[in-house]
Design a protein. Sequence first.
Length: 471
Amino acid sequence: MGMLIKNGTVVNATGSERADVLIEGERISVVGAGLDEIGHKVVDATGLLVMPGGIDMHTHLDMPFGGTTSADDYTTGTQAAAVGGTTTVIDFALQNQSSTLQDALDTWLKKSDNKACIDFSLHMAVTNLHGKNGEETLREMEAMVKFGITSFKLFMAYPNVLMINDELMFRVMQKSAELNALCCIHAENGSAIDIVVAQMLAEGKTEPHYHALSRSSKAEAEATHRAIALADMCGAAVYIVHLSNEYALDELKFMQQRGARALAETCTQYLVLSIEDQMPGKSWEEAKFVFTPPLREKRHQEPLWGALCDGSLAVVSTDHCPFRFADQKELGRGDFSKIPNGGPGVENRLQILWHFGVNAGRISPERFVELCCTNPAKIFGMGKKKGSIAPGLDADILLWDPKVEYIISAATQCMATDYNMFEGWTVRGNAVKVFSRGQLVVDNTAQPGKFLGETGRGRFIKREANAGGLA
Ligand code: URP
Ligand code: ZN
Ligand code: ZN
């Protein structure tokens, strides 16, 4: 007996059709009109859109950072993702500078063990190279790729903690090119930013607002150009994470037009939040919006939306890195540089992008699926398993009601923070039912906001090395 999703509209990146979807075991077996229901359990999707489960390729669960640890662990973080319609996350394992990539992998596998509730994968952040000319660590990159970790993260910001120099970046890029892996880049000029931060603090500018002013769009644009140029020199494929502003976008587009193998994402928050609205410099509450890159002036939002339409930006992720306001953000009261950087968002990505993207007429439902599901799967080497509604793929399926209204609030969310960045916003469009490998894990009509699967059921997904799908 299979499970038959009937009477819905199947939305893929390539188009939409009235079709039924048959799930057998953990996979989709048939997609077609008028499928026979005899012998199957039927799920009625009348009036609903049947979409692939979301893939958020940028989360930080249970991550030590800024003197504390991100508030969602693999259980609360993946449950929150599922409740919002996301069925796969790609999290980051961070190499400790004095240790190995294998150690980092072991640490993150332990964090997720018996805790992940949906499928997940990992990027490996390289923070130091060991051995002559970095050979030991570069060799470890081969082992990572064999294990299914096919993307490497490089931080150009956070001096003395995670920041790498150009030499390390170039060596990792050369090795990635050899391995057909993808380099994910946090692009901000960390050295220049740290000088500005110190100067601002010395002038008594300690409030959260100055965090945003200390990390200029130009510092991001410079690093974006440098990373893509270095990758271009050695034939590596790069993916710029959390691109936040028009200047960085200009550099990306310039290099893409010149044939560089460069992809990029933006995040929900940069599309709808701004310095003017969320961080005008009036209160400590603005610490809720301290993340890096910071919020930008409103005028940067439309160029980002434009880039989601013209294809220069390929993905919308969240950079979900949650810290509680009451006790964790508090660590930076009186010194914005000590506020743990990051915001919660994994639960609300699809609602926000649907409401402000699809409902506002900026993107089509098909492009929504492409940005949130299909492109992340293909770029990160799991397009044969996830990211589309097609026979043979995992039955990670989202039944989406485009008409239902939902009020976002920390009071009802699953994320472990005591605030929500979109508190009180009413959005139209929400996940109704969510299936992960064929199992109903969320039913927001019958049991709103509740994860129904067993804790720890999520599996590590091995990914292919495909250089971001770029030729
Ligand atoms: O503020 C942020 N984004 N925190 C998480 C780490 C990072 O840079 O992505
Ligand atoms: Zn980052
Ligand atoms: Zn991040």
